[in-house]
Design a protein around this ligand. Structure first.
Ligand code: AMP
Ligand code: MG
Length: 411
């Protein structure tokens, strides 16, 4: 029985994604690398802090370190030495004594508080304190940023620029990460020419491998680009076999429909176990996912918008799972649409939208206009998907809709 929410023969988007993720096994090999090359790599170990950060109590100000108990009796303390960053005071600071101290310098063992120099008057060896303090003022305590033994990063974390700085601040020079994935890209189509070549009658420029290659660079995988393969069964078979031998994942575009020159399904059926799916999503109905002898296979539709959207919403999450990465969370919001949106029930729409703040200060979205699956410029203008569930019919201006922000895979 089909209702308005299910299109006969089409697999709901969420089911396709969940089934695919359930079938994928992450790569198990890892390697130890220097933090200098660890940006955007996925940790395969938990990182516990080996030290306190900061490692010692230190001053947050340029000023004078003293004992709060002494200040109850006197406003004048005797200067007995100084503590500089990297050159701590090694003597003792006795009753009614103080130590000149600079920002970041280690606190003398006998002192508990710092007064900033602006609140002090110095005459020879005597420091006159002009304001009152609480114990611990202007002191940064050992371990207040990170305590020794604290779980800093769990395995599965993709290391960011800040993460690398944090690791450095702990003195961690090497980390164990998941090995880099190798991903093969194949564009199929007799009509395709690489940019820079001359177009002959009926040709178009090949763009899918270029957008996909950019997305894969953001994912920090090694891309093996097979370029354009003609619509010839033997050529496609040879390319898929070669790609499977050399890569962990193979991504093709084009030829997944059921036209006269669409060989992807036929070839894949012979080479591996392929789930060939018609997904209830728009753009991007035909999509193949499966297992080749050595790799996972993702067969994207040829239309440039469909290829990008299925790569972004299906293949990228699958590759993230292969990397054993656990921290991918697309940002989703509910906002008002300023434009009416055309939609028929049956498939889940990922329309292209522009999220902005209107003059009243509300966050709103509007459509990029024509939503054809060949209109790549709609993706370039957009900064989000307007996600409309399968059941949804047309939407009027002013209604609330779900949006998913474009992330760094697309921008
Ligand atoms: P197909 O899925 O092979 O039937 O292709 C659907 C549409 O996408 C056709 O108009 C193709 O010309 C176009 N197309 C296929 N592959 C690419 C590509 N790599 N770059 C740009 N357009 C493509
Ligand atoms: Mg084709």
């Amino acid at each position: 029985m089909s209702d308005c929410c299910s299109a006969p023969g089409l697999k709901p988007f969420e089911d396709a994604l969940a089934q695919m993720l359930a079938e994928i096994k992450p790569v198990s090999e890892c390697e130890s690398i220097n933090i200098e090359t660890a940006l955007d790599r996925v940790l395969s170990e938990d990182i516990y802090s080996p030290i306190n950060v900061p490692p010692h109590n230190n001053s947050a100000m340029d000023g004078y370190a003293f004992r709060i108990a002494d200040r109850a009796n006197t406003e004048r303390l005797t200067l007995v030495g100084r503590s500089m960053a990297g050159q701590p005071f090694t003597g003792s600071c006795g009753k009614n004594e103080c130590v000149r101290i600079m920002t970041g310098a280690k606190m003398p063992a006998d002192c508990d508080t710092v007064e900033m120099q602006e609140n002090c008057q110095v005459e020879g060896d005597t420091v006159h304190f002009l304001s009152l303090r609480k114990e611990g003022d202007n002191v940064r305590c050992a371990g207040e940023d990170i305590a020794k033994g604290h779980l800093l990063f769990a395995k599965g974390r993709k290391l960011s620029t800040i993460d690398i700085g944090m690791l450095a601040s702990l003195g961690v020079a090497t980390v164990t990460v998941v090995r880099k994935l190798k991903v093969a890209l194949i564009a199929t189509g007799d009509e395709l020419k690489q940019p820079g070549m001359a177009l002959t009658d009926g040709d178009i420029f090949e763009s899918n491998s270029h957008t996909l290659s950019g997305m894969l660079q953001r994912l920090n995988v090694d891309v093996i680009n097979f370029g354009i393969i003609e619509d010839d069964k033997a050529a496609i078979q040879a390319a898929f076999e070669q790609a499977d031998k050399n890569a962990d994942a193979v991504i093709s575009s084009g030829g997944v429909s059921v036209g006269d020159a669409d060989y992807t399904k036929e070839v894949l059926d012979e080479l591996g176990e392929i789930g060939f799916w018609k997904i209830a999503m728009k753009p991007g109905k035909p999509f193949a996912f499966g297992k080749l002898p050595n790799s996972y296979f993702f067969g994207l539709p040829g239309n440039p918008v469909s290829a990008v959207v299925t790569a972004h919403l299906l293949a990228i999450p699958a590759l993230i799972k292969m990397q054993n990465c656990h921290d991918y969370q697309p940002v989703k919001l509910k906002v008002k649409t300023e434009t009416a949106l055309k939609k028929g029930p049956g498939r889940m729409d990922f329309q292209r939208g522009v999220l902005s703040v209107n003059p009243q200060g509300e966050t709103v979205v509007h459509s990029t206009g024509s939503q054809g699956s060949g209109i790549l410029s709609s993706m370039a203008i957009a900064n989000c998907y307007i996600v409309l569930p399968a059941c949804q019919g047309k939407v009027c201006a002013g209604e609330m809709v779900d949006v998913q922000l474009f992330d760094h895979y697309l921008r």
